[in-house]
Each structure stands twice: as structure tokens, then as C-alpha cells.
Design a binder for this molecule. Structure first.
Ligand code: GLV
Ligand code: MN
Ligand code: MN
Length: 410
């Protein structure tokens, strides 16, 4: 590995540590979309971009954008980046690695005073996780130009609308259309694998072939709150007991089919007291599969099974879809380019699908897009134990740089 790539990787790892300090929770890394910590992280990102001589800004939908001109001003751009929002109690590499790697890559080019046939557009998306607002990937949807007007009306758990959060963040909710990107030739995203395959096979890098589609729903089960001691079991309408049966039905359906996954990740119970029968249970459902049709069938089956539980137990069920992202087959030109770049830096490219969602699946609706994965320790992600090595970071940067150098807009 060239000494410059090693020193770039060292600096990138230090920046990843520094970015992890921007958290809404002093005890853990939680940087939800459009929060104060997200805003401070975006400001830091802009400051680093400016250090590299780039002009950088927050766009109307809350992405940080920066541009490194090519040989000819106004040349088509290769867009590179990932997201800087996180889940609650997150690791420091999911998203941040790809966003900051784009800056490192440009630093490397600038240090050698190199300009390419393409410009490099850096993007740090702000809404990849979908933890704060139900409808997600609004940053990449903004670049593609496919955000729905009702996106801005959606509210977080505290009743704050996305419109107000975006305004406070420095975006421009009245002109979301102005975020639409033009002159983009392709998009590429570097990301940690978030799974165990690369580590198990002893490979540092993987090239993503396809990204699973996802459906998310919110469920509200309403029964009747009552006294925990005075109500006989057969005369109750316990919302939580019904929700528990529904969750088992969701799990059973997901287990019935290879590559289908379903998760209930959030559950709120009201009124939430030791001696009160739960009157209401709200929970989230996330269903994913590589192909769209089996996922849609599974969602329909899950909805039917939940309604059957509701009828049998005498509770009401309200199911609302909150997010839908079609699966994406990565563009063959980008896959081939990344494979060649991985070989060029002396690694063996492993082609693999992504079970996790990424902004790439939205960017791919408009431009050729693809992803490079880096091995992560134990395959662990969405967890503070997330970890990558500096050596893997260096080889990933080298491969990404090679891809960029060899990229030709068609
Ligand atoms: C994002 O990390 C997702 O796949 O949920
Ligand atoms: Mn991610
Ligand atoms: Mn994530």
C-alpha cells in the first residue's frame, strides 16, 4: 500500500473517531436525522471539506454537498458518499465511513494536484436510518427528485414535523425541488458490510450486486385498559397480549421463506403500569427480501395473519405503511468497475448482496450506482461494537481511488 494511502487511512480513522463525538446522547452515539448533533456533525463535515479547498453547503433537503472540479469546469460528476445520521446507540462506521472516505479521496487527489475527466461530488446524506421520521431516505430521494410533498408533514415521536426540523437544520423545506442533482454520471457508496461474510472468508473488500427492498409498517393495537387483579383472563382485551401473538405470526412468516427477514424493533405500551392491562400497543414492522414480489406477498400475508389475531382476540388493529423501497440490482458497469479496482489493489473481490438498505437503492433509480463493502469485525453493526481495521480502511480507500481514476462517463 502506498504511504500516502496509509496516512490518508490514519487520518480517516481519526476523523471517524472525531465525528462519533457528535451525539444527541452524552453516553452513547445517537445522531438522528436533523437533530442538533446531526447539525453539528454537518458543520464539522463542511469545515473539513473547506480545509480541502472545496466549497461545501447544506442542500435544501439536509444533505451536505461539496464538489471537486474536474479538468474541465462543469464536467459530469461522479457522486460519492454515504450518510451521517445514525441509529440509537450506534457504531461509528455505518455511513460515516463512506461519507468521510469521499473527503479523504479528494484530499488525496488534491495533494497531488490531480484533476480527472469527471468532477467528484461528495454527499453526506442525512436521512438513511429512518429512526426519527417514519418515511426515510429523503436525502437521496431529494437528489433524485422523488420526495413526496407529504414527507415534510410527517412528525417525530415528540410531534416535531420534518418541515420544522429541516428549517432548524438549515435546509429549505419550501424549495425541496432545488436539491435535485444535475450533471451526475454515476453514484458510488463505500460502506461497512454490516454482516459476517467477508470476515468469515478472510477478504477485506466486497462488491455489492444487489440491495434488498424493504417495507416498513406501523401497527397500533387497541384493546381495553383495565385492572390487572380484577379482570378475569377470559374477559380481557389485552392489547399487548394480542400484539405478542401478532409478533409471533410475523416471525413465523419470515422463517417460512429463505432470504426473507422481518423485525419488530420498537414497541410502546400504554398506559404502561405493572397493575394495568395494556389498552394500546404500538409497534414497528420491517420486512425485507432480495426480490420485490416475495416481499410484497409476505407483507400481505403478515397483514392478514395480524387481522386474524385481532378478530379472534377482540382488539382493533390499525396498520399503516410508512416506508417502501424497491430492491435494487447494482449497475453492471459500476459492479465491473469496482471489481476491477479491487483486483488492481491486490484483493480478491467477493460479489455479495446487501441485506441492509442504503441510499444507493434510491440513487440507482436515476443513475448507474453501486457499492463497495469493507469487512467489519464480527459482522456487527447497529451496535457500538462496530469496528474496522485501519489496514482495511486503507485498502478500501485505495480501491475507491482506483475506481474513480478509471471511471469514464458513458
Ligand atoms: C439501514 O441501516 C437499514 O437498512 O435499516
Ligand atoms: Mn448505513
Ligand atoms: Mn444503518
Amino acid at each position: 500500500m502506498a504511504a500516502t494511502t496509509e496516512s490518508q487511512a490514519r487520518r480517516l480513522m481519526a476523523r471517524l473517531d472525531a465525528l462519533a463525538a457528535f451525539s444527541d446522547d452524552p453516553l452513547k452515539l445517537t445522531r438522528l436525522c436533523l437533530s442538533q448533533a446531526h447539525r453539528r456533525a454537518a458543520e464539522q463535515f463542511i469545515a473539513w471539506a473547506r480545509e480541502s479547498g472545496l466549497s461545501a453547503r447544506v442542500d435544501p433537503v439536509g444533505n451536505v454537498r461539496a464538489r471537486y472540479e474536474g479538468r474541465r469546469p462543469g464536467a459530469p460528476a461522479l457522486m460519492i458518499g454515504s450518510h451521517i445520521d445514525t441509529v440509537r446507540d450506534a457504531g461509528r462506521y455505518d455511513g460515516a465511513l463512506g461519507a468521510l472516505a469521499a473527503l479523504s479521496l479528494v484530499d488525496g487527489l488534491a495533494a497531488q494536484e490531480r484533476r480527472l475527466d469527471v468532477a467528484i461530488e461528495i454527499v453526506a446524506f442525512g436521512d438513511e436510518e429512518g429512526v426519527r421520521f417514519p418515511h426515510t431516505l429523503t436525502g437521496s430521494r431529494g437528489l433524485v427528485g422523488v420526495n413526496e410533498p407529504e414527507t415534510l408533514a410527517q412528525k417525530d415521536a415528540d410531534g416535531v414535523s420534518m418541515r420544522d426540523a429541516l428549517k432548524a437544520f438549515g435546509g429549505d423545506p419550501d424549495h425541496l425541488g432545488a436539491a435535485r442533482a444535475e450533471g451526475v454520471a454515476a453514484f458510488v457508496e463505500l460502506h461497512i458490510e454490516q454482516g459476517p461474510v467477508l470476515e468469515a472468508e478472510g477478504r477485506p473488500l466486497g462488491v455489492v450486486t444487489a440491495i434488498n427492498g424493504a417495507t416498513r409498517l406501523s401497527a397500533v393495537v387497541t384493546g381495553s385498559a383495565g385492572h390487572a387483579g380484577a379482570s378475569p383472563m377470559n374477559l380481557r382485551r389485552d392489547a399487548l397480549a394480542a400484539a405478542a401473538e401478532m409478533m409471533l405470526a410475523i416471525e413465523a412468516r419470515a422463517l417460512s421463506e429463505d432470504e426473507l427477514v422481518a423485525t419488530v424493533g420498537r414497541l410502546d405500551v400504554e398506559p404502561g403500569a405493572v397493575n394495568v392491562i395494556p389498552g394500546r400497543a404500538r409497534f414497528s414492522i420491517d420486512v425485507r427480501a432480495p426480490l420485490d414480489e416475495p416481499r410484497r406477498r409476505a407483507v400481505a400475508d403478515i397483514a392478514a395473519a395480524m387481522q386474524a389475531v385481532a378478530r379472534r382476540l377482540g382488539v382493533a388493529l390499525e396498520l399503516t405503511p410508512t416506508h417502501e423501497a424497491k430492491g435494487y440490482v447494482c449497475h453492471p458497469k459500476i459492479v465491473a468497475g469496482l471489481e476491477a479496482a479491487v483486483v488492481a489493489v491486490g484483493a480478491d473481490p467477493r460479489l455479495l448482496p446487501s441485506g441492509a438498505g442504503h441510499d444507493t437503492m434510491i440513487m440507482g433509480q436515476r443513475w448507474p450506482a453501486g457499492m463497495l463493502f469493507v469487512r467489519c469485525k464480527g459482522g456487527i453493526s447497529h451496535n457500538p461494537a462496530e469496528s474496522i481495521s485501519e489496514d482495511d480502511c486503507a485498502i478500501a480507500l485505495a480501491a475507491l481511488t482506483r475506481f474513480v481514476e478509471d471511471f469514464r462517463p458513458s
